[in-house]
Design a protein around this ligand. Structure first.
Ligand SMILES: NC(=O)c1ccc[n+]([C@@H]2O[C@H](COP(=O)([O-])OP(=O)(O)OC[C@H]3O[C@@H](n4cnc5c(N)ncnc54)[C@H](OP(=O)(O)O)[C@@H]3O)[C@@H](O)[C@H]2O)c1
Length: 269
């Protein structure tokens, strides 16, 4: 298959491109920078410089590439500074998930591409009811925390338009394995707290496994939504102290549930 990967130069894209090439696919991969695009050539892709928010450019490069399938892996999460306002932090990614997805789908329609796989996210999104392990059929949170509403709406939008078009949305767990893993510095600096009893479950996925699942998804018919996570969901109180320890950091801070302030008074090891 000829596969067009938007966001090929990112953490998952750079794992995905070689796996697609190994599987015998021809890959066109995008970056917003000419320098990173050249790196894509070394990985085996035909590089293209593209801003997914430039709808005319998206149309042009997709029609030029003439792919059989499109994979949307574009986010803007590198060098993020997390704040309490999640939506502000994720504003650009939200645009890539709404306007960017719409632009790619419009180009796909025009180019006659009927295979479309897009990146979504699994964690923190389901309704706060029922058991701790969630499937794709569990309802999404109808009332997300105020500062995450735009981000939740952007992921919903992506999933709706992709599946309406017959495509597949992959709800990845939290990635690990990236050289620029955004979790490392906050944990090192004790900025990632345990809230309450730390019972919130987190599902992770190694980037190579997420990429392997993406290759498989391309070989399946949609519409579908799949959770792409490992099989060891772990509560924050278990994995966070282990990660801090591995990084040589002090034990995580505790942040009382329902409180607005940090508590450094009761660190546990
Ligand atoms: N599920 C998860 O937990 C999850 C999901 C995504 C990312 N992350 C993490 O976030 C960190 C950063 O991710 P990342 O390294 O992949 O960086 P990123 O900044 O999220 O970039 C991802 C891809 O999107 C592309 N992109 C960014 N803006 C674009 C635009 N306007 N138009 C088209 N493409 C655009 C990037 O291209 P260029 O950079 O080449 O311009 C890159 O190819 C990593 O640690 C990663 O593991 C986690």
């Amino acid at each position: 298959m000829r596969v067009f990967v938007a966001g090929a130069s990112g953490a998952i894209g750079t794992s995905l491109v070689p796996q697609l090439v190994d599987r015998g696919h021809e890959v066109t991969g995008t970056s917003t920078s000419a320098e990173k695009a050249e790196h894509l050539r070394a990985l085996g892709a035909d590089p293209v410089v593209l801003d997914l928010l430039d709808r005319a450019a998206v149309r042009r490069v997709v029609l030029e590439a003439g792919p059989d399938a499109i994979v949307h892996q574009a986010t803007a999460l590198a060098e993020l500074t997390f704040s309490r306002n999640f939506d502000r932090t994720f504003a650009k990614t939200n645009k890539l998930r709404t306007e960017g997805t719409d632009a790619l789908l419009a180009a796909a329609r025009e180019a006659g591409v009927d295979r479309f796989v897009a990146q979504s996210f699994a964690s923190y999104r389901t309704a706060r009811e029922g058991g701790p392990v969630k499937t794709e059929d569990d309802p999404l949170d109808p009332a997300p925390v105020a500062t995450t509403r735009e981000s939740n709406a952007a992921m919903r939008h992506l999933e709706e338009v992709v599946t309406d078009a017959g495509g597949i949305a992959l709800r990845y767990g939290i990635f690990y394995g990236a050289a620029n893993d955004g979790l490392i510095e906050p944990v090192r600096k004790r900025q990632y707290p345990i809230i309450g009893e730390g019972g919130g479950l987190v599902s992770f996925i190694h980037l190579d496994d997420a990429a392997a699942a993406t290759v498989l998804a391309l070989e399946h018919d949609g519409p579908a939504i799949y959770n792409i996570v490992n099989d060891e969901p772990a509560p924050v109180r278990e994995w966070l102290p282990v990660l801090a320890n591995v990084l040589g950091a002090k034990p995580p801070c505790h942040f009382p549930a329902g409180s607005r302030g940090w508590s450094r008074a009761r660190p546990r090891s």
